[in-house]
Design a protein around this ligand. Structure first.
Ligand SMILES: [Zn+2]
Length: 407
């Protein structure tokens, strides 16, 4: 760990580590459930100290951690594969396409990285209950890491949450509380619970270490790319925390003098869940009225980290793009059949976006492009089924095989 302070992303005020826990106390007065979070905190390290100690020959990634190693939960997270796919590049019309496959984390999503660090913080603070409102990957990730760390995960979910999403978290031993109402109601109840009854709240961006945990994917990309900064990273965006985390990785590396430029970040959203996209394009924030997309992990009405995500994209010189459900399902098949990576619809959206950008001047076809795959396709088999047709059974004779066209 390196010494750090928290800095408010809204007013810039700085706080000592144990002076604050969630949002900036000064700015969060203006926050109410139903709007993006105000006063999200950002970790600002002693970058001169990192610069002095960091060595590429023997990289110590704990220098970039906001929690001491001794508190880490006993479950390996991260170090996921990073590789080039010429076949996918050829298919999409780009010469240098790479995949970071974070679906291969323990609970099968990038969100394990955030849960890992928040549970480490819970160990430091001697908190035994960690609370979150979620319907999907964040809750599964929290439940998995809590299981390994011997902690209690308390999860509030809207009552209409899809049942398959619950299986993982219940098997991991989480306490799952369905709430009559929407995700916003569950979110509000989780905040009230931790305010009155205690425990540590892991709600995404609300706890600043969720962003720090997610940034480790960016640090890994830099290392796995032989200490080079890719030209662009395409990120699936729902509430805007993952893209803020990727941005933070390269912000930290630049602040520590280890890189001279940052990658362009491309925000990819579903057409019907596009609040951050519109915010980036117009500068005016408006929630998505009825977000409905096959990419449920990025389906969100009020993106909690909209302000920071917009800033991240603009500062990186990147841009935003949306894709339709049909494009997402088609891209899911392309990715699987060209690379062997089965990704959930949310991250297949980045493949759809790159396909759409073919021939556009927004991305150079020779640029090094990274597609961030944030969750495994087995998380949502029902969605994938919409894009394929299952073959019918035949009688087990060679004669009947003749009826199959491909044979
Ligand atoms: Zn503030």
């Amino acid at each position: 760990m390196t010494r750090f302070v928290y800095q408010c992303s809204n007013c810039g005020k700085r706080y000592q580590r144990d002076e604050v826990r969630y949002l900036c106390p000064g700015c969060s007065h203006d926050y109410r459930p139903g709007i993006p979070l105000i006063g999200v905190l950002s970790v600002q390290f002693d970058y001169a100290a990192i610069r002095k100690k960091f060595s590429k020959a023997k990289p110590d990634w704990n220098l970039f951690s906001a929690v001491e190693k001794q508190f880490f939960p006993p479950i390996p997270v991260g170090n996921t594969p990073f590789f080039q796919s010429a076949a996918l590049g050829n298919e999409l019309g780009f010469a240098n396409v790479w995949i970071k496959n974070d679906g291969l984390n323990p609970s099968a999503s990038l969100k394990d990285r955030a849960s890992f660090l928040v549970v480490a913080e819970a160990n430091r603070l001697k908190e035994n209950t960690i609370v979150a409102a979620s319907t999907g990957n964040a809750a599964s990730a929290l439940a998995a890491v809590c299981a390994a760390a011997g902690k209690r995960a308390l999860i509030f979910i809207p009552q209409n949450a899809p049942k398959p999403k619950l299986v993982q978290m219940i098997l991991y031993g989480a306490t799952v509380v369905p709430v009559r109402g929407t995700y916003d109601d569950a979110f509000r109840l989780s905040l009230e619970y931790t305010a009155k009854r205690g425990g540590l709240n892991r709600n995404t961006a609300y706890h600043p270490l969720t962003i720090e945990g997610k940034k480790t994917v960016g640090l890994e990309i830099w290392q796995q790319n032989h200490w080079r900064v890719p030209d662009a990273i395409l990120v699936p965006v729902g509430d805007g925390v993952i893209i803020s985390g990727v941005h933070k990785a390269f912000y930290d590396l630049k602040a520590a003098g280890l890189i001279s430029r940052r990658p362009r970040l491309v925000c990819v959203q579903a057409e019907k869940s596009n609040a951050i996209h519109r915010y980036i394009e117009s500068g005016i924030y408006q929630s998505a009225a009825n977000p409905s997309t096959v990419a449920d992990s990025i389906s969100v009405s009020v993106p909690s980290n909209a302000h920071m995500a917009r800033k991240a994209v603009l500062e990186s010189g990147g841009f935003s793009i949306t894709v339709s459900d049909a494009e997402i399902l088609h891209a899911q098949g392309i990715l699987a059949s060209k690379t062997g990576v089965f990704a959930e619809p949310a991250c297949s959206a980045v493949v759809a976006a790159l396909k759409k950008l073919r021939g556009s001047k927004r991305l150079d076809r020779k640029a090094q492009i990274v597609l961030l795959i944030t969750g495994h396709g087995l998380k949502d088999v029902d969605a994938a089924m919409q894009g394929i047709r299952l073959p019918k059974a035949i009688e087990p004779t060679l004669e009947h095989l003749k009826s199959i066209h491909a044979l």
